[in-house]
Design a protein around this ligand. Sequence first.
Ligand SMILES: C[S@@+](CC[C@H](N)C(=O)[O-])C[C@H]1O[C@@H](n2cnc3c(N)ncnc32)[C@H](O)[C@@H]1O
Length: 302
Amino acid sequence: MFELVLQAPESLVESVSDALMEELDALSVSVEDSDADTDAEKALFGEPGMPAPSAGWQRSTLKALFESEAAASEAATLLLAQDWATQPGASVSMTALHEVAEQDWVRLTQSQFDPVEITPTFWIVPTWHEPPAAATRLIRLDPGMAFGTGTHPTTRMCLGWIAAHEADIRGRRVLDYGCGSGILAIGAALHGGAPIDAVDIDPAAIATTAQNAADNGVTLRSGAPDMASGEYPLVLANILATPLKMLAPLLCGHVAQGGHLVLAGILDRQADELKAAYAPWIALEVSNTVDGWILMTGRKPG
Ligand SMILES: C[S@@+](CC[C@H](N)C(=O)[O-])C[C@H]1O[C@@H](n2cnc3c(N)ncnc32)[C@H](O)[C@@H]1O
């Protein structure tokens, strides 16, 4: 296969990408930040409650794959001859056209997901790996359409909390709010939590959670957020700071008196905003930090 590499300003990223895919026979197009790893790097966020992210960065690198060198070269020629792609001050440029080696994509993807150790006996293990001998509690999980493979620090910190609080979880109701792959709900079930409700706004996450629970031999209910009902001795929510602030009254309303609230998806610098948002109901504190992400926990007075 052949890769055509182009640079485009933010205003042209979507048009170039559409033209490559729809008119110029590209097999795939990826967009990266041309300023990645420099001081000019700019994150694109898509948090609920925030404006939608733009299609590209201020300066984007587009990488398009073609079946042949002729197709890639023709695409570049046609694209660079378009008026709209060559405006003064906002034009597309070509930086490379080269052959790329065939890859075993399945093996490459699999090699990026190793078993994750939460404690010496509690592991997340992809189905293509042998579980470690010491793993007595095991979540079998493959990367899929929903967030939560156990590799992200926020997920790992929540699972670490679950492992350290088995006595508080065993035999008690648990709510996993923003369940993604269902990894936290499954982790809580493996530590004796029951019954367990796992909710998400994303239908793919609801379905994935049900499937992952079945694959792990765990019983739980998964559904839309309005499925959560009443009070739970443990509420887990690994979302992001902005939605977590908006959800403060709702989440605190679901925590039973004396119950635990465990929040993740929060950056170090957001700790004070979160404390303030939850203060009317629960005094949050930072109970763990990994790679700039924090785990915030608190108990409802009871
Ligand atoms: C960062 S993922 C966490 C997944 C998993 N719980 C974990 O710890 O790895 C956040 C999840 O929250 C869901 N989510 C975002 N906003 C939400 C909201 N307002 N109510 C319920 N779920 C929400 C997303 O769809 C996503 O699946």
